[in-house]
Ligand binder design. Structure first.
Ligand code: B12
Length: 209
């Protein structure tokens, strides 16, 4: 499937009006929601990040691109989240303390929901206590997202926090997270994207992938 350049450009320029119209056009043309995401929408956000790293755009542009992305995601979400299954397991997910990035976390949550898991979305800037509360309410898997290198170490403290509890499994991800880091902090699972998140969560729960 090819990239929809118009959609990619609408997100990059932060056009929150045109983006959902172009997403709808692709959906009407029978392009799958996950194809639209992976070929056009996620690459647009990656491009904005690269431009930011080169000082070609600044925080306000990232913010308006994120707003356009979210306007498009509003149409994708109900499709990815559609499932008739009885829940395969209960998963809580949040972006760790100090980190406000939530687009990737939201996509992972949507894909997990669509794959048949019950999701407790804890939002952003989540503390150990937030995750502990979710576990107390029945979460079997704790999914942690981080986008900043400065918030990565907080993942370690959450893994350490749950170390004595054999009932809880921890899966981590986010742009700066590597498999090596996941092994280093002894997380139970890791994924580089939403599809891998579904595989990792299934694996830690002993479900066949
Ligand atoms: C949009 C954006 C913002 C928006 C966020 C809006 C929002 N609601 O999320 C705003 C403008 C608020 C923002 C702020 C900042 N940002 Co910013 N931001 C980005 C940007 C451009 C895109 C992130 C994104 O949405 N990507 C698209 C999604 C789909 O991808 P993703 O998040 O990686 O998620 C996928 C995978 O990682 C994975 N995944 C994610 N979570 C999980 C969890 C699990 C369990 C699993 C298995 C998988 C998984 O699956 C997802 C789907 O495929 C990135 C650039 C980049 N390349 O990432 C910079 C970036 C992350 N930001 C950066 C920075 C520096 C900042 C600021 C510090 C800027 C500032 N000076 O204020 C602040 C920090 C605010 C804070 N405290 O969090 C840097 C981080 C650098 C670093 N090494 O730490 C980046 C990399 C830009 C850059 N190239 O320099 N940002």
């Amino acid at each position: 499937m090819a990239r929809n350049t118009e959609l990619w450009e609408a997100i990059v320029r932060g056009d929150a009006k045109t983006t959902p119209m172009l997403v709808q056009k692709d959906l009407d043309a029978d392009i799958t929601a996950s194809g639209i995401l992976s070929e056009s929408m996620i690459p647009a956000m990656r491009h904005i990040g690269d431009q930011f790293a080169k000082n070609e755009v600044y925080v306000p542009q990232m913010l308006i691109a994120a707003r356009a992305m979210n306007a498009g995601l509003a149409l994708i979400e109900p499709i990815l989240a559609r499932t008739d299954h009885k829940p395969l397991g209960v998963v809580c997910i949040g972006t760790v303390e100090g980190d406000l990035h939530d687009i990737g976390k939201n996509i992972v949550a949507m894909m997990l929901k669509g794959a048949g898991f019950q999701i407790m979305d804890l939002g952003t800037d989540c503390s150990k206590d937030d995750f502990q509360q979710a576990v107390d309410q029945g979460a079997q898997v704790v999914c942690l997202s981080a986008l900043l290198t400065t918030t990565l170490p907080y993942m370690q403290s959450i893994v350490d926090h749950f170390k004595g509890n054999n009932e809880v499994r921890i899966v981590i991800g986010g742009a700066p997270v590597s498999e090596a880091y996941a092994n280093e902090i002894q997380a139970d699972g890791f994924g580089t994207n939403a599809a891998e998140a579904v595989d990792a969560v299934s694996q830690v729960l002993g479900l066949s992938v």
